[in-house]
Each structure stands twice: as structure tokens, then as C-alpha cells.
Design a protein. Structure first.
Length: 428
């Protein structure tokens, strides 16, 4: 009951001195509002980065052939002579025996059937030229590529694993319209000629996909000069590029329940085992999920640092609360003397003024939270990110505002409690 009465007295005091109360709470409002706004924008930015990276394939692991460095020298059993050391630093291309093979990939998928959804294998066959103004990137793929890259097939079919060395292609709708002067619906089975590395080839259209331009231009004529992607069977690309049966890089798509970061190390150890005795080449594994983790950690660290700087204003606000409580005690000296003369204990006087200080900080904290959330939502909308107010930061802000009131209100309250009632009644 005493606490409830003290709260009512504190609220009545705020109503009687509105301007002074607002000025007293200003530091608390600015501090907590800034912390909440920064926390909201930071959470929104983290979510945006995570979603953007995930859409690019965060659950994928890239396994890439790379030259060994001096750090890998000790891992090679045959690296005891100068010729081997020299080859390690020569800028040469890998031979067929150095490439990642289908046998390695098969062993990998058999070893981790629950973690590997599929392995994406591609082969670049170069740039296919149709005429002086139009070209396409010729890429050999397998059937799983359409799902891995989320290609929107409009007509016909995509490349199949059983296509072998057939001269068929899946082309962009813009390529069909602007280069072949055909409609995407009617072009299936049509013949067209391209040139790759000065060698002419004849291909037949098996399917047409929807081309998504990377530029923001809406001018249809601008798409005529864009280089699109043309997909052909993997074996056909190997024949055209005269490459071996292996791959310089592959992409592993992990299963839904697989921890990509943990499996990244497992994949790295598995493939590196095949290159233990290779003098020059090894593999490196990378994943966008590790990049996401690093970016979110950096964003979180920056947000916390800025929040800490903004929280300094809470210290200023606390000093303001202490100052106004000291002024209030001076103004209410006779009131304190009267209460003590009527039997009020030191504890009840102390509780009254501590409660008043905490109410001032709590009201300021609530106002600051409302302003902070509104400001955070507004900034998130302006920046184009989906807003996500941090509930933990809001709860911490409420608790911190109460703690500020307790800490900075105790000294003035203790001073009021120790007043001599006779001296207080004589105070003018």
C-alpha cells in the first residue's frame, strides 16, 4: 500500500511540474530512444543481409581446385626437393589428373547421403558468337542445374543427364526473339548456328527459359546487345572445350537439416585427402553461410558499440534526475519535517523519494521506447529493410531506466531521510 501511495504521489508531483519533469526525463528519453532505434535498425539490417545471402545459396558449399601454398608444403610426402617446391609456385593450369573426378564425387555422396542433396557439376565451353553483335555464355550442365539455380523454363525441356554429347541447347527468350527472330513458343526444335573459338557448330533448341536482366533498363533494344546464358549437355561442353573428365570446381547443395558451417569442414577434409600426395594442387571449400556469419557478427558488434555510445546519455539523464531530486527535497523540506514530526520513519521518507525518482525514469523510459521503436521502424522503412524491434533490448531498457532511478535517486532520498524534523520545520 505504501509503494502504491508513493507512486501516486510521484505522478502527482510530475503533473504539478510538467516542464521541469519533461526536461528531467529528456536525457533518459534520448538515451533509451537512441538505443532502441539503433537496435531495431541493426536487427533489420542483419535480417536483410541473411535473407539476401540465403537467396544466393547460403546452404551451398563451393569446392574449388587451387594451387598449394607454402603452408601446404609439409602435407605433401614428395615435397623434399627443390623441383617440387618450384612447381608449387608456378602459375600453371591443372592437368586432367589434378581435376576433381566423378569417382571422388561418387565416393563423397556415398559417404554422406543424408547431408548431400546433390552436387552441381558444370563445364564452361566459352562464349558462343551468333553474329557481330550477339553472343551467349555456353555452359555445360546436368539435369539438377535447373533446380539449383531456380531457372524459370517457359517452353520445351531442360538438359537431361542422358543427353550425352547431343547438340541441343536451352536458350533465353530474349535470344530467341532478338537473335533468331522467332517466338519462344514456336522455336522448339529449331536449328541455329554458333561459333565457339572460331569453330562453327549447329545446335537445336530443346527449351526456352525466362531471361532476367541484371540491369534496370526497360528499353527492349538494350536487351539485344546483352550476353545471355546458353545451357548445353555437360559432355557436349567437354567436347567443345576439349577439357578432361574432371572439374576445377563443383557446388555441393546440402540437405535442409544439415549444418552447412560444420559440414564445410567435413567436405574440406574429405576432398583434401585425395590431394595429400599431389605436389601442386589441393582444394578449398567456401560457403556463403560463413560470410553471413561474419557479416552478422560485424553488424552486431557495430550496433552494440553505437548503442553503448548512445547509452552515455543515460548517465547524463541519471545525473539530471539526481539534480532535480535534490532541488525537490530542498523545496519540500517543510513537508519532510511535517511527515517526520507525525511519525514517518527514515525508511518511509527514503522509499517515497526513491519511488519518485524511479517513476520519473520509468515514464521517461517508456516514452523513449515508443520514440525509439517509431524511429527504428521509420529508418528501416526508409532504408528498405523489414523492421524487427528487438524485444530483449526493450526489456533491458525498461530495467535499465528503473536502475538509473534507483541509483541516482537513492542519494537525494537518503539525504531527505536524515533531515532533522525540527530543523526541517524551521526551514524558510
Amino acid at each position: 500500500m505504501a509503494i502504491f501511495e508513493n507512486v501516486l504521489l510521484a505522478l502527482e508531483s510530475l503533473k504539478m511540474n510538467k516542464l521541469r519533469s519533461v526536461l528531467t526525463m529528456l536525457g533518459i528519453i534520448i538515451g533509451i530512444g537512441s538505443v532502441i532505434a539503433i537496435s531495431t535498425v541493426g536487427s533489420s539490417l542483419t535480417g536483410y543481409v541473411s535473407d539476401s545471402m540465403t537467396s544466393l545459396g547460403a546452404s551451398s558449399i563451393n569446392v574449388t581446385l587451387t594451387q598449394k601454398s607454402s603452408d601446404d608444403e609439409s602435407e605433401s610426402e614428395n615435397s623434399d626437393n627443390k623441383d617440387v617446391r618450384l612447381r608449387m609456385f608456378m602459375n600453371e593450369s591443372p592437368s586432367d589428373s589434378d581435376l576433381i573426378t566423378d569417382d571422388m564425387i561418387s565416393q563423397y555422396m556415398e559417404a554422406f547421403p543424408d547431408d548431400v542433396k546433390y552436387v552441381e557439376k558444370t563445364c564452361s565451353a566459352g562464349t558462343a558468337s551468333y553474329d557481330d553483335d550477339n553472343s551467349a555464355n555456353l555452359t555445360g550442365v546436368e539435369g539438377s542445374y535447373i533446380d539449383a539455380e531456380e531457372i524459370n523454363l517457359l517452353y520445351g525441356r531442360f538438359i537431361k543427364d542422358s543427353d550425352g554429347e547431343r547438340k541441343i541447347a536451352v536458350v533465353a527468350d530474349t535470344f530467341v526473339e532478338n537473335v533468331l527472330n522467332l517466338t519462344p513458343r514456336d522455336c522448339i526444335g529449331s536449328e541455329f548456328k554458333i561459333t565457339v573459338n572460331d569453330v562453327p557448330y549447329t545446335f537445336y533448341i530443346a527449351g526456352v527459359y525466362e531471361y532476367e536482366s541484371e540491369t534496370a533498363s526497360t528499353d527492349k533494344d538494350s536487351t539485344k546487345s546483352e550476353t545471355t546464358d546458353m545451357y548445353i549437355p555437360l559432355e557436349t561442353a567437354r567436347v567443345i572445350s576439349k577439357s578432361g573428365d574432371g572439374y576445377q570446381s563443383i557446388t555441393v547443395k546440402t540437405s535442409v537439416n544439415t549444418d552447412t558451417l560444420t559440414f564445410l569442414e567435413t567436405t574440406n577434409d574429405f576432398f583434401k585427402a585425395f590431394y595429400t600426395n599431389n605436389d601442386t594442387w589441393t582444394v578449398e571449400t567456401t560457403s556463403l553461410e560463413s560470410v553471413i556469419s561474419t557479416l552478422t557478427d560485424v553488424i552486431s558488434t557495430i550496433s552494440v558499440a553505437i548503442e553503448a555510445i548512445a547509452a552515455i546519455s543515460l548517465l547524463v539523464g541519471g545525473i539530471g534526475v539526481m539534480n532535480i531530486m535534490l532541488v525537490s527535497i530542498t523545496e519540500r523540506t517543510k513537508e519532510i519535517g511535517t511527515r517526520k514530526a507525525l511519525g514517518a520513519t527514515d525508511g518511509s521518507i527514503r522509499l517515497q523519494f526513491v519511488t519518485e525518482a524511479m517513476v520519473i525514469c520509468l515514464v521517461g523510459g517508456i516514452i523513449g521506447i515508443c520514440i525509439g521503436i517509431g524511429l527504428g521502424l521509420g529508418l528501416s522503412k526508409v532504408l528498405g529493410y523489414s523492421a524487427a524491434p528487438n524485444i530483449a533490448s526493450i526489456l533491458i531498457a525498461v530495467g535499465f531506466s528503473l536502475m538509473i532511478g534507483l541509483i541516482f535517486g537513492y542519494a537525494p532520498a537518503n539525504k531527505a531521510a536524515k533531515l532533522n524534523p525540527i530543523d526541517a520545520l524551521r526551514y524558510e
